[in-house]
Design a protein around this ligand. Structure first.
Ligand SMILES: [Zn+2]
Length: 157
C-alpha cells in the first residue's frame, strides 16, 4: 500500500523529524507548504509595514493586525547590482514588486539578472531558497521573486 509512488522509501527526510530544520531569513516570511509574506496592517488606515511599529507613520494609529500578501505581483522597479560587499555574489537584480498594492523589496531570482530578462510590469511569483545553513544544519530560508512568464525575454528586441 505504501509503494504507490513507485519508489522505495528514501533516506533523505530525516532532517525534518522532531527538529526545526528551516527558519525564515526575515520574520515577515512565513514558511510552510505555501510560503508567503505577512505585513503588519494599521487598523486605522490600512497602511502596511514589514517591521514592527509602535505607531503608524501615516495616521499615528497603534493597532496593527497581520495581513497575508498575495504571492504574485508585478515588478515596479529594479536595479542590476554589480558591486556589493565581499561575499555577496554579483550581479543580482534588486527589485520592488507590487503585491496586491503592497510594495515589497526583493531580489529577482530564477532568471538572468540583466535587462533582457527582467522588465517593468513583469509578473513574478514569490519563491524561496536556502540562503545559508548554520552549524546545526538549520537552513535560513530567504525569498525572492521569479518570473511567471517563460517568454519574458523573447521577442522584445
Ligand atoms: Zn495608519
Amino acid at each position: 500500500m505504501s509503494a504507490q509512488i513507485g519508489r522505495s522509501s528514501q533516506f533523505g527526510q530525516s532532517s525534518q523529524i522532531g527538529q526545526i530544520s528551516r527558519i525564515p531569513y526575515v520574520d515577515y516570511l512565513v514558511l510552510g507548504p505555501e510560503p508567503h509574506l505577512v505585513a503588519h496592517e494599521c487598523a486605522e488606515c490600512g497602511a502596511r509595514y514589514f517591521d514592527r511599529r509602535n505607531a503608524c507613520a501615516s495616521c499615528g494609529g497603534t493597532e496593527f493586525a497581520p495581513a497575508d500578501l498575495p504571492t504574485t505581483g508585478e515588478v515596479t522597479s529594479f536595479t542590476i547590482v554589480t558591486a556589493a560587499a565581499p561575499g555577496i555574489p554579483v550581479p543580482y537584480a534588486a527589485a520592488v514588486v507590487d503585491c496586491g498594492g503592497t510594495k515589497v523589496a526583493g531580489n529577482i531570482i530564477g532568471t538572468e539578472p540583466d535587462p533582457g530578462h527582467i522588465r517593468l510590469g513583469m509578473r513574478v511569483a514569490l519563491s524561496t531558497y536556502v540562503a545559508g545553513t548554520d552549524g546545526k544544519g538549520v537552513d535560513a530560508v530567504n525569498f525572492g521573486f521569479a518570473p511567471l512568464e517563460d517568454g519574458a525575454s523573447e521577442g522584445r528586441n
